[in-house]
Design a protein around this ligand. Structure first.
Ligand code: NAD
Length: 493
């Protein structure tokens, strides 16, 4: 194992005392408490971040409110906002190596992937929404009220947006919310996950370098139950955009009720991946393996439930187990690594306990199932067969590299099995029959369907959940509309 060296710009950043980023600069937590930042590859602390108090939350929201209402922001032309978003993308790209290394150390991202995947996708989010910033238009409306009127609509920013994101794609999740919020003209308080806050803090600094007015991008680090909850409750916040677990999503809905703030939720999933007997297995097998094992299974849309037609079941399961066996699992700073560690000791415990539950319930581990090494939070890619839909490991989101597989015989049967879940985020179907593909795609109750592919992600394609996988859609115009509200104006002539 040869580890990539940590450049000086990164070690200096890790060593530094991290405060919140509020009103264009660093602001120490009023409580002085910190949270340890752990490298999931070693299990060792590498830095620390500020643990927000309620006073810190109030300061961040006040900063965003002040900036939102400022002349500088309100009078900014749409084309200027577009230019700022492009400048933000440029600053991220210019710092790509540093951000990739931070994401690798803080979030366990394989260093070979952190830049092309995490950093460049984030750059893409800002460039994509830069394109929308000067194309936000209302309508002119022919109305039938008595008299003559000129009626039209204005599309206005919702106001102060709290953006609460998880640890699995820290930069991408931040970009997915910041970019449309800024394009719409909102002011933001970004609350990264306590496990992965370092790159979010850098985004705060880069927003200022790009030229955003102070207070438009604030970054508050701290615990979900305190800082996240306080943001969701805060009367000064107009909108919460949240990505995380379904359980936390439900708490956010309750917390947001106080001032009826607008809420969008991107929540968990347990996505079915259906392989018919006529599928191109040379493509389906490796893609289905990566559909669950990529990012160590810590992907909301992970293709975690595999349904294979009985005629090719053994071949597919053996094939996926074979792919799993060939994946390089290892330290995130090893350039050969394809699958890094889980994010934390807590997540390792959670995934391991699901594997044990699966075995107790009668599942057969045909590949993996074990922790790897004693340092860091590594678990082997795992394939479990002999499962049924009523088993815990088939019902609940594991958020780790664990695939549960079962065979089916009929299309009607597999549609029912696939839809038999409280989640509805994503799904995939593999077949060469165009009629089967269309029928199944229409009947799956999920926000996304991949046909002959297990992973679908594009800034111009909406993502979001049916059922308990969420409220609303992100990406595309839908993602921008989350941060806009409509004002109707009717002028009597
Ligand atoms: P989590 O819900 O525990 O935490 C997510 C964020 O919410 C963190 O920033 C956390 O600090 C904050 N938070 C925690 N409790 C809070 C509260 N009471 N009020 C406000 N904020 C609070 O989720 P996680 O374990 O960090 O992330 C994993 C989950 O995220 C998985 O279920 C996964 O499916 C989901 N996820 C969904 C998507 C999607 O697009 N649908 C993307 C990535 C992750």
């Amino acid at each position: 194992m040869a580890l990539t060296d940590i450049p000086a710009s990164v070690s200096t950043y890790l060593d530094k005392h991290h405060a919140h980023f509020i009103d264009g600069g660093e602001v120490n937590s009023s409580g002085g408490e910190t949270i340890s930042v752990v490298d999931p590859s070693s299990g060792q602390p590498v830095s620390q971040i500020a643990d927000a108090t309620l006073d810190d939350v109030n300061a961040a929201v006040a900063s965003a409110r002040h900036a939102f209402e400022s002349h500088a922001w309100q009078s900014m032309k749409p084309a200027q906002r577009a230019a700022l978003l492009h400048a933000f993308a440029d600053r991220i790209e210019a710092n790509a190596d540093q951000l990739a290394m931070l994401e690798s150390i803080d979030g366990g991202k394989p260093i070979a992937l952190a830049k092309p995947v995490d950093v460049m996708a984030t750059v893409g989010a800002f460039r994509y929404y830069a394109g929308w910033a000067d194309k936000i238009n209302g309508t002119t409306n022919n109305i039938s009220m008595d008299g003559e009127h000129h009626a039209f609509t204005l599309r206005e920013p919702v106001g102060v947006a709290a953006l609460i994101v998880p640890w699995n794609y820290p930069l991408v999740m931040a970009g997915m919310k910041l970019a449309p919020a800024l394009a719409a003209g909102c002011a933001c308080v970004l609350k990264p996950a306590e496990d992965t806050s370092l790159t979010a803090l850098r985004l705060g600094e880069l927003a200022i370098e790009a030229g955003f007015p102070a207070g438009i991008v604030n970054v508050l680090t701290g615990r979900g139950a305190i800082a996240g909850q306080a943001l969701a409750e805060h009367p000064g916040v107009d909108k919460v955009a949240f990505t995380g677990s379904t359980a936390t999503g439900k708490r956010i809905v309750q917390a947001a009720a106080g001032n009826l703030k607008k809420v969008t939720l991107e929540l968990g999933g347990k996505s079915p991946n259906i392989i018919f007997g006529d599928a191109d297995l040379e493509k389906a097998i490796p893609a289905s393996a990566m559909g669950i094992f990529f990012n160590t299974g810590q992907v909301c849309t992970a293709a975690s439930r595999l349904y294979v037609h009985r005629s090719v079941y053994d071949q597919v399961v053996d094939g996926i187990a074979g792919v799993a066996g060939g994946l390089q699992v290892g330290h995130s700073r090893d350039y050969e690594t394809l699958i890094g560690p889980l994010i934390s000791a807590r997540q390792l415990e959670r995934v391991s306990s699901y594997i044990e539950t699966g075995k107790k319930e009668g599942g057969e581990v045909v590949y993996g199932g074990n922790r790897i090494g004693d340092d860091g939070f590594f678990v082997s890619p795992t394939v479990i067969t002999g499962v049924k839909n009523d088993m815990t490991i088939v019902k609940e989101e594991i958020f780790g590299p664990v695939l549960v597989a079962q065979a089916f015989d009929e299309m009607e049967e597999v549609i029912a099995l696939a839809n038999d879940t409280e989640y509805g985020l994503s799904s995939a179907v593999w077949t060469k029959d165009i009629s089967t593909a269309h029928q199944v795609a229409r009947r799956l109750r999920t926000g996304q369907v991949g046909v002959n592919q297990a992973a679908v992600a594009d800034w111009n394609l909406p993502i979001g959940g049916y059922k308990q996988s969420g409220w609303g859609r992100e990406n595309g115009y839908d993602g921008l509309a989350n941060y806009l509200q409509t004002k109707a104006v009717a002028i009597a002539l």
